[in-house]
Design a protein. Structure first.
Length: 156
């Protein structure tokens, strides 16, 4: 046998069928499920963050409005509105059955217990419970607004 006859007996190379994309391997299904779960959890987290950020922004806007109107009102009214704002925030954040019934020193102790420092034990913080029983006088509310703003930021 010569070389020419041997070459004529050769056939073309047959390539295997290309690998199909479908059906997917089981690992891809697991990966898709993990991605779906992570996306769902992230969307819930973003929604929760958006709602809490919106609520916090709304409360701080109301506090800023009170601070801007503080020069037009008697201090007792402003302090009562500040206390009401703090109580609404506290009732939202903590069990409302407990918050609704406390007042006076217990209220200040609660507010102090939710922060690292005892700002509501000093003169400016004590205004929340004492100004209603004092004769009408103008007091410096700037420090009280700072204390209230810090408390709201820490608890919302």
């Amino acid at each position: 046998m010569d070389k020419a006859s041997l070459l004529q007996q050769l056939h073309d190379i047959h390539l295997p069928q290309p690998i199909s994309f479908w059906p997917l391997a089981p690992g891809w299904y697991v990966l898709a499920a993990i991605i779906a779960i992570v996306a769902l959890l992230m969307s819930f987290g973003i929604y929760y963050f958006y709602r809490s950020f919106k609520r916090r922004r709304k409360v701080l806007f109301e506090l800023r409005r009170l601070q801007e109107n503080a020069t037009n009102k008697i201090s007792a009214e402003i302090v009562a509105e500040l206390s009401s704002l703090l109580k609404r925030v506290a009732m939202f954040r903590y069990p409302s059955e407990f918050i609704a019934g406390i007042s006076g020193k217990e209220w200040l102790d609660f507010l102090n217990g939710k922060t690292k420092n005892n700002d509501f034990s000093y003169e400016e913080g004590m205004l929340l419970v004492t100004v209603a029983y004092q004769p009408a006088k103008d007091v410096d509310l700037e420090k009280l607004f700072i204390i209230v703003r810090c408390w709201i930021k820490r608890n919302l």
